[in-house]
Ligand binder design. Structure first.
Ligand code: 9MR
Length: 366
Protein backbone atom coordinates (compact mmCIF):
# COMPACT_ATOMS: atom_id res chain seq x y z
CA UNK A 1 0.00 0.00 0.00
CA UNK A 2 2.69 2.36 1.15
CA UNK A 3 4.85 1.38 -1.83
CA UNK A 4 1.95 2.02 -4.20
CA UNK A 5 1.53 5.49 -2.80
CA UNK A 6 5.23 6.21 -3.29
CA UNK A 7 5.07 4.95 -6.88
CA UNK A 8 2.01 7.09 -7.52
CA UNK A 9 3.57 10.17 -5.94
CA UNK A 10 6.79 9.79 -7.90
CA UNK A 11 4.79 9.32 -11.12
CA UNK A 12 2.94 12.56 -10.33
CA UNK A 13 6.22 14.33 -9.65
CA UNK A 14 7.72 13.16 -12.95
CA UNK A 15 4.62 14.40 -14.82
CA UNK A 16 4.76 17.74 -13.04
CA UNK A 17 8.45 18.13 -13.89
CA UNK A 18 7.85 17.20 -17.52
CA UNK A 19 5.05 19.75 -17.69
CA UNK A 20 7.27 22.46 -16.27
CA UNK A 21 9.93 21.71 -18.85
CA UNK A 22 7.43 21.83 -21.68
CA UNK A 23 5.41 24.76 -20.31
CA UNK A 24 8.18 26.91 -21.81
CA UNK A 25 7.55 27.81 -25.41
CA UNK A 26 9.19 29.92 -28.08
CA UNK A 27 6.42 32.50 -27.99
CA UNK A 28 6.69 32.97 -24.24
CA UNK A 29 10.49 32.79 -24.18
CA UNK A 30 10.82 35.49 -26.85
CA UNK A 31 8.07 37.68 -25.44
CA UNK A 32 9.55 41.15 -25.07
CA UNK A 33 12.14 40.54 -27.82
CA UNK A 34 10.24 39.92 -31.05
CA UNK A 35 7.30 37.93 -32.42
CA UNK A 36 7.94 34.30 -33.33
CA UNK A 37 6.01 33.04 -36.31
CA UNK A 38 5.45 30.13 -38.59
CA UNK A 39 4.04 29.50 -42.06
CA UNK A 40 1.06 27.17 -42.29
CA UNK A 41 -0.07 24.85 -45.07
CA UNK A 42 -3.77 24.56 -45.94
CA UNK A 43 -4.14 21.46 -43.76
CA UNK A 44 -2.45 23.17 -40.85
CA UNK A 45 -4.72 26.21 -41.16
CA UNK A 46 -7.68 23.82 -41.11
CA UNK A 47 -6.20 22.06 -38.02
CA UNK A 48 -6.36 18.65 -39.70
CA UNK A 49 -3.69 17.27 -37.37
CA UNK A 50 -4.53 18.02 -33.72
CA UNK A 51 -0.95 17.46 -32.54
CA UNK A 52 0.40 20.05 -34.96
CA UNK A 53 -2.49 22.40 -34.19
CA UNK A 54 -1.63 22.31 -30.47
CA UNK A 55 2.06 22.81 -31.24
CA UNK A 56 1.38 25.85 -33.42
CA UNK A 57 -0.86 27.46 -30.80
CA UNK A 58 1.70 26.83 -28.07
CA UNK A 59 4.88 27.89 -29.84
CA UNK A 60 4.07 30.68 -32.29
CA UNK A 61 2.32 34.04 -31.97
CA UNK A 62 2.21 35.16 -35.59
CA UNK A 63 0.84 33.06 -38.43
CA UNK A 64 1.32 33.30 -42.20
CA UNK A 65 -0.37 31.27 -44.92
CA UNK A 66 2.47 29.51 -46.76
CA UNK A 67 0.46 29.67 -50.00
CA UNK A 68 -3.24 30.38 -49.50
CA UNK A 69 -3.13 34.18 -49.58
CA UNK A 70 -1.11 34.46 -52.79
CA UNK A 71 -3.12 36.07 -55.58
CA UNK A 72 -3.51 32.97 -57.77
CA UNK A 73 -5.15 31.14 -54.87
CA UNK A 74 -7.08 33.93 -53.16
CA UNK A 75 -8.16 35.92 -56.23
CA UNK A 76 -7.78 33.48 -59.15
CA UNK A 77 -10.07 35.33 -61.57
CA UNK A 78 -11.03 38.96 -61.93
CA UNK A 79 -14.32 38.51 -60.03
CA UNK A 80 -13.60 35.31 -58.12
CA UNK A 81 -12.26 35.34 -54.57
CA UNK A 82 -11.66 32.20 -52.49
CA UNK A 83 -11.82 33.39 -48.90
CA UNK A 84 -12.34 30.10 -47.09
CA UNK A 85 -8.77 29.29 -46.09
CA UNK A 86 -7.72 32.87 -45.40
CA UNK A 87 -10.82 33.40 -43.25
CA UNK A 88 -9.88 30.22 -41.36
CA UNK A 89 -6.35 31.53 -40.81
CA UNK A 90 -7.65 34.74 -39.19
CA UNK A 91 -10.08 32.74 -37.03
CA UNK A 92 -7.27 30.39 -35.98
CA UNK A 93 -4.97 33.27 -35.09
CA UNK A 94 -7.65 34.99 -33.07
CA UNK A 95 -8.43 31.74 -31.21
CA UNK A 96 -4.80 31.35 -30.15
CA UNK A 97 -4.21 35.07 -29.49
CA UNK A 98 -1.77 35.21 -32.37
CA UNK A 99 -1.31 37.79 -35.09
CA UNK A 100 -1.57 37.37 -38.84
CA UNK A 101 1.16 38.39 -41.25
CA UNK A 102 -0.34 38.56 -44.76
CA UNK A 103 1.70 37.07 -47.60
CA UNK A 104 1.54 38.58 -50.20
CA UNK A 105 -0.23 41.31 -52.19
CA UNK A 106 1.97 42.01 -55.22
CA UNK A 107 4.26 39.21 -56.44
CA UNK A 108 5.27 38.10 -59.92
CA UNK A 109 5.02 34.43 -58.91
CA UNK A 110 1.85 32.47 -58.05
CA UNK A 111 0.20 35.47 -59.71
CA UNK A 112 -3.40 35.43 -60.94
CA UNK A 113 -3.48 35.08 -64.68
CA UNK A 114 -5.65 38.16 -65.25
CA UNK A 115 -2.85 40.50 -64.17
CA UNK A 116 -0.85 39.29 -67.17
CA UNK A 117 -3.56 40.49 -69.58
CA UNK A 118 -3.35 44.08 -68.37
CA UNK A 119 -1.44 45.92 -71.04
CA UNK A 120 -2.24 49.56 -70.34
CA UNK A 121 -1.39 51.66 -67.30
CA UNK A 122 -5.08 52.31 -66.56
CA UNK A 123 -5.95 48.62 -66.65
CA UNK A 124 -3.01 47.57 -64.49
CA UNK A 125 -3.67 50.32 -61.92
CA UNK A 126 -7.34 49.31 -61.80
CA UNK A 127 -6.43 45.64 -61.30
CA UNK A 128 -3.90 46.40 -58.53
CA UNK A 129 -6.35 48.77 -56.85
CA UNK A 130 -9.17 46.24 -56.88
CA UNK A 131 -6.94 43.41 -55.64
CA UNK A 132 -5.34 45.34 -52.79
CA UNK A 133 -8.55 47.13 -51.74
CA UNK A 134 -10.53 43.92 -51.66
CA UNK A 135 -7.96 41.67 -49.99
CA UNK A 136 -6.29 44.06 -47.53
CA UNK A 137 -9.67 45.78 -47.01
CA UNK A 138 -11.42 42.52 -46.05
CA UNK A 139 -8.97 41.91 -43.21
CA UNK A 140 -8.37 45.56 -42.28
CA UNK A 141 -7.76 45.98 -38.57
CA UNK A 142 -7.09 42.23 -38.18
CA UNK A 143 -3.79 42.04 -40.09
CA UNK A 144 -0.68 42.81 -38.08
CA UNK A 145 1.48 43.25 -41.17
CA UNK A 146 1.53 42.64 -44.92
CA UNK A 147 4.16 41.69 -47.44
CA UNK A 148 2.95 44.38 -49.82
CA UNK A 149 5.54 43.67 -52.50
CA UNK A 150 7.48 40.43 -52.69
CA UNK A 151 10.74 39.73 -54.56
CA UNK A 152 10.88 42.75 -56.87
CA UNK A 153 14.69 43.01 -56.97
CA UNK A 154 17.17 40.77 -58.82
CA UNK A 155 20.52 39.55 -57.48
CA UNK A 156 22.37 42.34 -59.31
CA UNK A 157 20.20 45.01 -57.69
CA UNK A 158 18.11 45.80 -60.77
CA UNK A 159 14.33 45.70 -60.65
CA UNK A 160 12.79 42.39 -61.68
CA UNK A 161 11.12 42.52 -65.09
CA UNK A 162 7.68 41.56 -63.83
CA UNK A 163 4.42 42.43 -65.60
CA UNK A 164 3.99 45.23 -63.07
CA UNK A 165 7.34 46.79 -63.99
CA UNK A 166 6.71 46.31 -67.71
CA UNK A 167 3.37 48.13 -67.69
CA UNK A 168 3.79 50.73 -64.94
CA UNK A 169 7.53 51.20 -64.59
CA UNK A 170 8.91 51.50 -61.08
CA UNK A 171 5.95 53.61 -59.95
CA UNK A 172 4.08 50.37 -59.31
CA UNK A 173 6.11 49.92 -56.12
CA UNK A 174 5.02 53.13 -54.40
CA UNK A 175 1.51 52.62 -55.76
CA UNK A 176 1.26 49.21 -54.08
CA UNK A 177 2.29 50.67 -50.72
CA UNK A 178 -0.10 53.62 -51.06
CA UNK A 179 -3.00 51.32 -51.91
CA UNK A 180 -2.20 48.99 -49.00
CA UNK A 181 -2.00 51.89 -46.53
CA UNK A 182 -5.35 53.20 -47.73
CA UNK A 183 -6.99 49.77 -47.52
CA UNK A 184 -5.64 49.00 -44.04
CA UNK A 185 -4.15 52.03 -42.30
CA UNK A 186 -3.23 49.99 -39.20
CA UNK A 187 -1.23 47.19 -40.80
CA UNK A 188 2.56 47.41 -40.93
CA UNK A 189 3.69 47.36 -44.54
CA UNK A 190 6.74 45.36 -45.65
CA UNK A 191 8.94 44.78 -48.65
CA UNK A 192 10.03 41.10 -48.58
CA UNK A 193 12.78 39.28 -50.49
CA UNK A 194 15.38 36.47 -50.45
CA UNK A 195 19.20 36.63 -50.73
CA UNK A 196 19.01 39.92 -48.85
CA UNK A 197 22.61 39.67 -47.63
CA UNK A 198 24.10 39.90 -51.13
CA UNK A 199 25.86 43.25 -51.55
CA UNK A 200 24.46 44.18 -54.97
CA UNK A 201 20.98 43.05 -54.09
CA UNK A 202 21.09 44.94 -50.79
CA UNK A 203 22.13 48.13 -52.57
CA UNK A 204 19.29 47.67 -55.05
CA UNK A 205 16.73 47.12 -52.28
CA UNK A 206 17.99 50.19 -50.42
CA UNK A 207 17.73 52.31 -53.59
CA UNK A 208 14.21 51.06 -54.18
CA UNK A 209 13.03 51.61 -50.59
CA UNK A 210 14.43 55.14 -50.57
CA UNK A 211 12.40 55.92 -53.70
CA UNK A 212 9.26 54.49 -52.11
CA UNK A 213 9.89 56.67 -49.05
CA UNK A 214 10.57 59.76 -51.22
CA UNK A 215 7.23 59.22 -52.99
CA UNK A 216 5.49 59.79 -49.65
CA UNK A 217 4.25 56.21 -49.40
CA UNK A 218 4.32 54.49 -46.02
CA UNK A 219 6.74 51.56 -45.76
CA UNK A 220 7.27 50.20 -42.25
CA UNK A 221 9.64 47.35 -42.74
CA UNK A 222 11.91 45.13 -44.76
CA UNK A 223 11.64 41.34 -44.65
CA UNK A 224 14.78 39.25 -45.06
CA UNK A 225 13.46 35.82 -45.97
CA UNK A 226 16.26 33.80 -44.37
CA UNK A 227 16.45 30.69 -46.58
CA UNK A 228 19.96 30.04 -45.34
CA UNK A 229 22.49 27.23 -45.03
CA UNK A 230 24.69 25.89 -42.23
CA UNK A 231 27.53 28.25 -43.11
CA UNK A 232 26.27 30.79 -45.55
CA UNK A 233 25.56 33.66 -45.21
CA UNK A 234 27.94 34.42 -42.35
CA UNK A 235 26.75 36.06 -39.14
CA UNK A 236 28.70 39.18 -40.17
CA UNK A 237 26.92 39.32 -43.53
CA UNK A 238 23.53 38.96 -41.87
CA UNK A 239 24.40 41.64 -39.31
CA UNK A 240 25.65 44.09 -41.95
CA UNK A 241 22.38 43.73 -43.82
CA UNK A 242 20.14 44.07 -40.75
CA UNK A 243 21.94 47.30 -39.89
CA UNK A 244 21.88 48.63 -43.45
CA UNK A 245 18.13 48.08 -43.77
CA UNK A 246 17.40 49.45 -40.29
CA UNK A 247 19.38 52.58 -41.21
CA UNK A 248 16.51 53.42 -43.60
CA UNK A 249 14.38 54.04 -40.52
CA UNK A 250 12.29 50.90 -41.02
CA UNK A 251 11.84 47.74 -38.99
CA UNK A 252 13.47 44.50 -40.08
CA UNK A 253 11.84 41.07 -39.96
CA UNK A 254 13.27 37.66 -40.68
CA UNK A 255 10.33 36.34 -42.58
CA UNK A 256 10.96 32.84 -43.93
CA UNK A 257 13.70 31.26 -41.87
CA UNK A 258 14.98 27.74 -42.51
CA UNK A 259 18.47 26.23 -42.31
CA UNK A 260 19.15 23.77 -45.11
CA UNK A 261 21.49 20.91 -44.06
CA UNK A 262 21.83 19.16 -47.43
CA UNK A 263 24.61 19.48 -50.02
CA UNK A 264 23.95 22.46 -52.21
CA UNK A 265 23.85 21.59 -55.92
CA UNK A 266 25.47 24.23 -58.11
CA UNK A 267 25.58 26.60 -55.13
CA UNK A 268 21.93 27.55 -55.45
CA UNK A 269 21.12 30.27 -52.96
CA UNK A 270 17.96 32.10 -52.03
CA UNK A 271 14.57 30.98 -53.29
CA UNK A 272 14.51 31.46 -57.04
CA UNK A 273 12.33 28.49 -57.94
CA UNK A 274 13.45 28.54 -61.56
CA UNK A 275 16.77 27.09 -60.31
CA UNK A 276 16.35 23.34 -60.05
CA UNK A 277 18.65 20.34 -59.84
CA UNK A 278 18.44 16.54 -60.17
CA UNK A 279 17.93 14.54 -56.98
CA UNK A 280 20.84 12.08 -56.68
CA UNK A 281 22.00 9.87 -53.79
CA UNK A 282 24.97 12.18 -53.21
CA UNK A 283 22.64 15.15 -52.87
CA UNK A 284 20.30 13.28 -50.53
CA UNK A 285 22.57 11.68 -47.90
CA UNK A 286 20.31 11.67 -44.81
CA UNK A 287 17.23 9.70 -45.87
CA UNK A 288 17.56 7.50 -42.77
CA UNK A 289 18.11 10.29 -40.27
CA UNK A 290 20.36 13.21 -39.53
CA UNK A 291 23.82 12.37 -38.09
CA UNK A 292 24.48 13.72 -34.60
CA UNK A 293 27.22 16.06 -35.75
CA UNK A 294 24.89 17.73 -38.27
CA UNK A 295 22.18 18.05 -35.62
CA UNK A 296 24.70 19.78 -33.38
CA UNK A 297 25.97 22.00 -36.19
CA UNK A 298 22.43 23.07 -37.02
CA UNK A 299 21.65 23.75 -33.36
CA UNK A 300 24.75 25.93 -33.10
CA UNK A 301 23.84 27.74 -36.32
CA UNK A 302 20.32 28.51 -35.06
CA UNK A 303 21.77 29.63 -31.75
CA UNK A 304 24.29 31.98 -33.39
CA UNK A 305 21.61 33.45 -35.64
CA UNK A 306 19.14 34.00 -32.81
CA UNK A 307 21.87 35.51 -30.63
CA UNK A 308 22.41 38.01 -33.43
CA UNK A 309 18.67 38.72 -33.68
CA UNK A 310 18.56 39.31 -29.93
CA UNK A 311 21.51 41.69 -30.19
CA UNK A 312 19.43 43.72 -32.65
CA UNK A 313 16.03 43.18 -31.10
CA UNK A 314 15.34 46.91 -31.03
CA UNK A 315 14.98 46.87 -34.83
CA UNK A 316 13.71 43.30 -35.34
CA UNK A 317 9.96 42.95 -35.01
CA UNK A 318 9.37 39.35 -36.04
CA UNK A 319 11.16 36.10 -36.84
CA UNK A 320 9.07 33.58 -38.78
CA UNK A 321 10.10 29.98 -39.50
CA UNK A 322 9.03 28.84 -42.97
CA UNK A 323 7.05 25.80 -41.85
CA UNK A 324 6.23 23.88 -38.69
CA UNK A 325 8.13 20.60 -38.97
CA UNK A 326 10.85 19.15 -41.19
CA UNK A 327 8.35 16.99 -43.07
CA UNK A 328 6.34 20.06 -44.18
CA UNK A 329 9.23 22.09 -45.52
CA UNK A 330 9.40 23.26 -49.15
CA UNK A 331 13.13 22.53 -48.76
CA UNK A 332 12.43 18.82 -49.29
CA UNK A 333 11.71 19.79 -52.90
CA UNK A 334 14.09 22.65 -53.57
CA UNK A 335 16.42 22.95 -55.34
CA UNK A 336 16.13 19.19 -56.01
CA UNK A 337 12.79 17.38 -55.68
CA UNK A 338 12.04 14.57 -53.24
CA UNK A 339 14.98 14.92 -50.85
CA UNK A 340 14.87 14.43 -47.08
CA UNK A 341 15.81 17.75 -45.53
CA UNK A 342 15.78 18.91 -41.91
CA UNK A 343 15.63 22.72 -41.98
CA UNK A 344 13.20 23.56 -39.14
CA UNK A 345 12.90 23.41 -35.34
CA UNK A 346 10.58 20.38 -35.05
CA UNK A 347 11.20 16.91 -36.48
CA UNK A 348 8.83 14.83 -38.61
CA UNK A 349 7.11 13.60 -35.43
CA UNK A 350 6.63 17.20 -34.23
CA UNK A 351 9.25 16.73 -31.51
CA UNK A 352 11.46 19.71 -30.68
CA UNK A 353 14.97 19.31 -32.11
CA UNK A 354 18.32 20.26 -30.61
CA UNK A 355 18.02 23.46 -32.63
CA UNK A 356 14.79 24.29 -30.78
CA UNK A 357 16.41 23.89 -27.38
CA UNK A 358 19.45 25.89 -28.48
CA UNK A 359 17.36 28.99 -29.14
CA UNK A 360 15.18 28.49 -26.06
CA UNK A 361 18.39 28.31 -24.03
CA UNK A 362 19.30 31.85 -25.12
CA UNK A 363 16.27 33.20 -23.23
CA UNK A 364 16.71 31.18 -20.02
CA UNK A 365 16.74 33.50 -17.02
CA UNK A 366 20.24 33.33 -15.56
O1 9MR B 1 6.78 27.38 -49.40
C1 9MR B 1 6.10 27.71 -50.58
C2 9MR B 1 5.89 26.48 -51.44
O2 9MR B 1 4.98 25.60 -50.80
C3 9MR B 1 5.39 26.85 -52.81
O3 9MR B 1 5.37 25.72 -53.63
C4 9MR B 1 6.29 27.93 -53.40
C5 9MR B 1 5.80 28.36 -54.76
O4 9MR B 1 6.42 29.50 -55.21
O5 9MR B 1 6.33 29.05 -52.55
C6 9MR B 1 6.91 28.75 -51.33
O6 9MR B 1 7.04 29.90 -50.54
C7 9MR B 1 7.86 30.94 -51.08
C8 9MR B 1 7.33 32.24 -50.55
O7 9MR B 1 5.97 32.37 -50.88
C9 9MR B 1 8.12 33.42 -51.09
N1 9MR B 1 9.53 33.26 -50.82
C10 9MR B 1 10.12 32.00 -51.22
C11 9MR B 1 9.33 30.84 -50.62
C12 9MR B 1 9.98 29.50 -50.97
O8 9MR B 1 9.91 29.29 -52.36
Amino acid sequence: MKLNRIVLLSAMLVTALANTTFAQSLRSAYDGAFLIGTALSTNQILEKDPVQAALVAKEFNVLTAENDMKSSLLHPEEDVYKWEIADALYALAEKSKSKVHGHTLIWHSQLSRFFRDKKTKEDMIAAMTKHINTVAGRYAGRTFSWDVVNEAVEGDGSLRKSVFLEVLGEDYLALAFKLAAAADPKAELYYNDYSMTGVEKRNGVIRMVKKIQESGAKIDGIGMQGHWGLESPTIEEIETSILAYAALGVKVSITELDIDVLPNPRNVSGADISQSAQNTAALNPYVNGLPDEIKAAQAKRYKDIFALFLKHKSVISRVTLWGVNDGNSWKNNFPARGRTNYPLLFDRENKPKEAYYSILELRKKK
